[in-house]
Design a protein around this ligand. Sequence first.
Ligand code: SF4
Ligand code: SF4
Length: 189
Amino acid sequence: MSLRIVEEEMDPEIKELIEKGFDKTKVLKVSLPKPGAVVQRNVDALLTGFKYVVKPMRLTIDYPYKAVEYPEGYRGMFRVDDNKCVGCSLCDVVCPADAIRLVLKDKKKVPVINWGRCIFCYFCVDICPVEAFETTKYHDAVFTRFEDMLTTLEEFTKRPEDYVPMRKIGKRYKVVIDEYRGLRYEPVG
Ligand code: SF4
Ligand code: SF4
């Protein structure tokens, strides 16, 4: 019964070869793709390419006309509360970029910062035993002179937006994980 089904389902060309005396264990059929299918695949590839020529897909955004909304916990510029600071110098010691300098205030050493050197690692913030640093998400700062990046103590005790001009940003976007593209940007607000 099962042999008869196999015989019925056998490819007619192979069946013919076997009937002509070929060893059926050595008959192999190689199917070449139909010419129509090859053409279709090429047309599909050209259409895909054309689609991205007409409507290019960007993986980056056009900063500063567009900018990404920083997520919670983003390491932006920060300030020091000189009243909290106990002058232990740990922030200066731990800074890997040599961005912190200590200045004397009422016989106590308190930090000032060089924004041109800071790499925003937050080692200083984390190590401070009295949590004297107040962090922000502020980061789109514009300095026109190198000297402006070296803060005075008066400046470093202020919030950065109160003494550093901010770059003009067109529109904020949030990053969304996209199954097909990897990343996608959606307008905020
Ligand atoms: S954030 Fe890092 S690089 Fe910047 S001042 Fe603190 S320790 Fe130095
Ligand atoms: S680690 Fe904190 S307490 Fe110590 S000097 Fe720096 S800011 Fe002041």
